[in-house]
Design a protein. Structure first.
Length: 196
């Protein structure tokens, strides 16, 4: 199982199955065994930073791309509610220009207050969500902007490659195993064979 799981890190799971004349399910079983063993035997050191982001793993979700950004002039042709929502979204970007956690917090709080009075329910939902994560957001400024989303974005790219390599997955469990297997740096059971 360890042998198959190691190859499943280098090749796609399908390629691994084909190369060793087995099935995708057997490769899955090998990865699951190694990941489960690794999770049971891992030791977590001190955690200094946690990065949070989201990636799409199922069909049907669409995210805004650069080609979908609107200019203000285009929006003015639409209704006033859309313009107000756009202006609130753009105003929020000013938050990232602050250096002081205190001033960033004051701006953040004022933006949320204005948004909650906007009578734009989708924007109010965003403001409520941001308020729940206020302290986490302000940690960026407390860390003097030294921690950026670059690390998280890099991890996202690795996660997307991992998802492509394990294609054939149809459940969250398979995706979870693939990500732990490729990115978790988990300990592995000892190999019973060495190949020289």
């Amino acid at each position: 199982m360890l042998f198959l799981a190691r190859w499943a890190r280098r090749l796609s799971w399908k390629e691994t199955a084909e190369a060793f004349r087995t099935s995708w399910d057997k490769v899955f079983d090998a990865v699951e065994h190694v990941v489960t063993w690794g999770l049971e035997h891992r030791t977590l050191g001190q955690i200094d930073t946690i990065g949070i982001d989201e990636i799409q793993y199922s069909k049907g979700h669409k995210y805004l791309g650069e080609e979908q950004h609107f200019r203000l002039g285009d929006l003015l042709r639409y209704n006033l509610r859309t313009v107000r929502a756009y202006l609130l979204k753009e105003a929020f970007q000013q938050l990232w220009e602050y250096n002081s956690p205190t001033w960033a917090g004051k701006f953040f709080d004022e933006w949320c207050r204005q948004t909650m009075r906007s009578r734009l329910e989708p924007m109010k939902k965003i403001a409520r969500s941001l308020r729940q994560h206020r302290e986490i957001i302000l940690n960026y400024f407390r860390a003097q902007k030294l921690i950026s989303s670059g690390v998280v974005e890099g991890l996202n790219n690795k996660a997307k490659v991992t998802m492509r390599k394990s294609y054939g997955f149809r459940t969250y469990r398979v995706l979870e195993l693939a990500l732990y297997h490729s990115l978790g740096k988990l300990p592995e059971p000892e190999s019973t064979h060495d190949f020289l």
